[in-house]
Write a protein of this length. Structure first.
Ligand code: SF4
Ligand code: SF4
Length: 431
């Protein structure tokens, strides 16, 4: 039976009224319970996997995508009608691209992320390279891996030490920080040398570290709701720039406390599984972590360290159950990249899917093909997710995640209400 908008609103408002007790309205975010194991499964096929196969890395060696990268470099930002949006995107990515020594579209050209020994490039060479790229170095090397460690180690019980590290992460710009034991199986088996365009063994295996501290950083909502646009890319770019600031500063904090610490982005391992293990959220159908506070509208950066920390536990906030019903990201994806099956599986589409992980697979290759066609990134599966709500703007925003968690029976109702109220539509962003 088709539900009319009026009837639906009536039903939903009645449901909302029935549920509008302080316990539901008051929480700032989804109330999650801790669990012993993350809510995803690994099969016997799971194992370490080369960075070379990552979709972004393929822009450097896979001839299908190398040509696309070349066109990005030559792109003129002063295109009529989109000039200000393109300028905003370039500006938002700016800190990231300079400080992390990544090239202008977020790919590590000769990134300090990869360095475990003395820098391969001397500072003189680095400046020369920057000059040739017409970029500026705003810091010598924000994501440094070989900085000095304070000679006297700060002493505290793991619980206290962890609290201080987390509070430092919040102070430095993250909205949430979690700690997990480092699972070495997620580490890339070897790294990709972006200059020589070959895979190489790690100089020192990053799996040697005991812990991973994962930070979650919000991406701004208004530009990202301008689906498939340079404005959405600007929101993502700013998130990447903030990742560099937070991770590099947090690693510096830990080194100043006298312990080894290395900041990483998505270059050493995929950060989503570590974030799930660290209790920052749950995996969504869209392949992105869904956090209690901002849903999937987040970026993750991390620090590998041997500081004496206490790991957190994963959380269950009902995402898996909701994603089984919702499928909004899959239905609306412009290139059909997200799995529509009700149950998750270990299906892989191509070399850019890691085998042995039971989840709803996302076809990164098709996603990237859409970006090529669109001439910029997309972010639609982030913006339209019902968990991506802005607090304090309407009762519906405020109660939705809590209702989903406490009353799964109304999941479908809330989902329908989400559609009726127009969430998931493109909302043009104006500076
Ligand atoms: S970014 Fe866009 S194209 Fe890629 S999976 Fe998400 S919705 Fe689909
Ligand atoms: S849009 Fe729906 S199915 Fe997709 S991740 Fe969000 S809640 Fe899950």
């Amino acid at each position: 039976m088709k539900t009319s908008r009026r009837n639906f609103l009536k039903t939903a408002l009645a449901a909302g009224a029935a549920l509008s007790v302080p316990a539901i309205l008051a929480p700032e975010e989804v109330q999650a319970k801790t669990v012993d194991k993350p809510i995803y499964e690994l099969t016997k096929d799971f194992g370490r996997y080369p960075q070379k196969n990552h979709m972004y890395t393929r822009m450097f060696w896979d001839k299908e995508y190398v040509a696309y990268r070349a066109t990005l470099k030559q792109r003129d930002v002063s295109v009529k009608d989109e000039h200000d949006s393109m300028a905003l995107a370039v500006a938002a990515w700016w800190d990231h691209n300079n400080a992390a020594d990544w090239n202008c579209y977020g790919i590590p050209a000769q990134s300090p992320f990869m360095r475990w020994d003395d820098p391969v490039i001397t500072m003189d060479e680095k400046y020369a390279e920057a000059y040739n790229k017409h970029t500026t170095i705003i810091t010598e090397n924000a994501m440094i891996w070989d900085d000095t460690i304070a000679p006297n180690a700060f002493q505290a019980e793991p619980e206290v030490f962890s609290r201080k590290v987390k509070n430092a992460g919040l102070f430095l710009g993250a909205f949430d920080v979690g700690i997990a034991k480092l699972d070495p199986r997620w580490m890339y088996s070897d790294y990709f040398d972006f200059k020589e365009k070959v895979s190489k063994p790690w100089p020192k295996d990053p799996a040697q570290f005991k812990y991973i501290v994962v930070t979650a950083i919000e991406m701004k909502n208004d530009p990202i709701r301008d689906l498939q646009s340079y404005n959405a890319s600007a929101s993502v770019g700013l998130g990447y720039s903030n990742m560099v600031e937070v991770a590099s500063a947090l690693a510096k904090f830990i080194r100043c406390l006298g312990y080894p610490a290395i900041p990483i982005g998505n270059d050493t391992l995929p950060t989503v599984p570590a974030a799930i293990e660290a209790g920052l959220g749950e995996l969504g159908r869209n392949g992105i972590i869904i956090t209690p506070k901002f849903g999937p509208r987040v970026r993750l950066a991390a620090v590998l360290t041997d500081a004496p920390l206490m790991p957190d536990k994963p959380i269950d906030m009902g995402v898996k159950a909701f994603c089984k019903i919702c499928k909004k990201c899959a239905d609306k994806c412009p290139n059909g990249c997200i799995d529509t099956a009700t149950e998750p599986s270990d299906k892989v589409y191509n070399i850019s899917n890691r085998p042995g992980v039971v989840r709803w697979p996302v076809d990164g290759q098709k996603c990237f093909d859409f970006w090529r066609m669109n001439r910029t990134s997309c972010s639609q599966c982030i913006a339209i997710c019902p968990y991506n709500k802005v607090k304090g703007t309407a009762w519906f925003h405020d109660i939705t995640p809590t209702v989903l968690e406490k009353f799964p029976i109304v999941d479908k109702t809330i989902f329908e209400l989400d559609k009726v109220l127009g969430y998931g539509l493109k909302v043009p962003f104006e500076l």
